[in-house]
Design a protein around this ligand. Structure first.
Ligand SMILES: *[C@@H]1O[C@H](CO)[C@@H](O)[C@H](O)[C@H]1NC(C)=O
Length: 80
């Protein structure tokens, strides 16, 4: 049954995607799922670290609060 195999495969893929989200929940204190998209972040700065350029985070959900993501198109996003 080829259709059955496809169904099982899609379940595995969906499961893997969910599995990718759930570990993000366990790393933070608050239970929230972060979207797993990546912006073109060049570097990150945080209020607490002053002007220091920190390693980029994919998006604001994954970045600490009061940090700014500096994108490669020279825009920036402040994370609250
Ligand atoms: C973020 O910065 C504001 C203004 O300096 C401060 O009041 C607030 O406590 C900071 N929040 C966090 C999570 O550090």
């Amino acid at each position: 049954m080829a259709t059955n195999k496809i169904l099982v495969m899609s379940l595995i893929i969906v499961g893997a995607m969910l599995g990718g989200v759930i570990p993000g929940v366990t790393t933070g204190k608050t239970a929230k799922a972060c979207p797993l998209y990546c912006l073109q972040v060049e570097y990150m700065t945080c209020l607490s670290s002053g002007d220091a350029k920190l390693p980029p985070r994919c998006n604001c959900c994954l970045a600490p609060k009061n940090c700014t993501l500096h994108l490669s198109d020279s825009t920036s996003i402040h994370c609250k």
